[in-house]
Design a protein around this ligand. Structure first.
Ligand code: MN
Ligand code: MN
Ligand code: MN
Length: 288
């Protein structure tokens, strides 16, 4: 059975619409999948209906950003109620925060004689087919700055204006790790720590994260993310078993031009892992 529980659509930073993504997943031979857009579940209904047409098992999904000890980590959620008020409110708050951040970047650039940045960045973002409700992010501002002739290229935009410590570097306030887990559990879902190696932590820090995640009610970890080195996957499989986590896997697909992140193409889970889809929520097949 081919399982891919991590992918993005135009509802966040992917380039395929949810329906296009599901068609591509079906062509890749995927049997069970979840769409996991960043802090957004707007693509789920379209994905669910398309997955059903293609005869694939589908479960609700999302990738939440969360704060842990001064770092941003990602928490995948599955099998939640898409109408749960608490989760919808939390997602709205994050979106409002992103809009505020985009407006602040626009104001700050205007004060530096670069007027119209927010509108310009929004135009660039919309041209990619992105959800009209989601605010532009720093790469969109960077592309607008190039287009408007303020900088030569994206790299210069980040070096001078948008990168760490520059005026466009406005911190977003994410929920804490326990709050993110609670938002998912409160909606009847299961929380899974995404790509534990991506944070650049030492093994000791990673263990502290896993311990805190387990204490917060986290149920699993993403043991295999894309075409990760088998040794890294093996270490996570081992650590996950130690903490009693279920094991998940996903491609983290964003766009078709990155063949190293193709749909359904992950390093296989070691046979010792207890797969996430042994959880009852996944047994219900196509669910809302
Ligand atoms: Mn992304
Ligand atoms: Mn992520
Ligand atoms: Mn992702």
């Amino acid at each position: 059975m081919l399982v891919d529980l991590h992918m993005h659509s135009t509802a966040s930073d992917g380039v395929l619409t949810p329906a296009e993504l599901m068609a591509r997943a079906a062509a890749a031979g995927i049997d069970l999948l979840a769409l996991t857009d960043h802090d957004c579940i707007d693509g789920l209904v379209e994905a669910r209906d398309a997955a059903a047409r293609h005869g694939m098992r589908w479960i609700s999904g999302v990738e939440l950003s969360a704060q842990w000890q001064g770092h941003t980590v990602h928490v995948l959620g599955y099998g939640f109620d898409m109408q749960a008020a608490g989760l919808l409110e939390a997602l709205d708050a994050v979106r409002d925060g992103r809009w505020q951040r985009a407006e602040q970047i626009g104001d700050r650039l205007a004060a530096k004689r670069m007027p119209g940045a927010l509108e310009g960045a929004l135009g660039i973002q919309q041209a990619t087919g992105s959800d009209p409700h989601s605010p532009p992010a720093r790469p969109h501002f960077a592309d607008w700055m190039v287009q408007a002739g303020h900088v030569r290229d994206r790299a210069e935009a980040f070096r001078k204006w948008l990168g760490a410590g520059k005026l466009g570097d406005i911190k977003q306030h994410w929920p804490t790790l326990p709050d993110a887990v609670q938002q998912l559990r409160g909606a009847g879902g299961v929380a899974v720590l995404a790509h534990p190696w991506h944070y650049g932590f030492t093994r000791a820090r990673l263990r502290r994260l896993l311990r805190d995640f387990a204490e917060a009610g986290g149920r699993g970890i993403e043991v295999s993310n894309g075409k990760q080195a088998p040794e890294q996957v093996a270490v996570l499989a081992h650590m996950g078993t130690e903490f009693g986590f279920l094991a998940s896997c996903g491609s983290d697909f964003h766009h078709p031009d990155a063949p190293w992140m193709a749909l359904g193409a992950m390093t296989p889970l070691p046979a010792t892992c207890v797969p996430l889809w042994s959880d009852a929520r996944f047994a219900e097949g196509v669910s809302a």
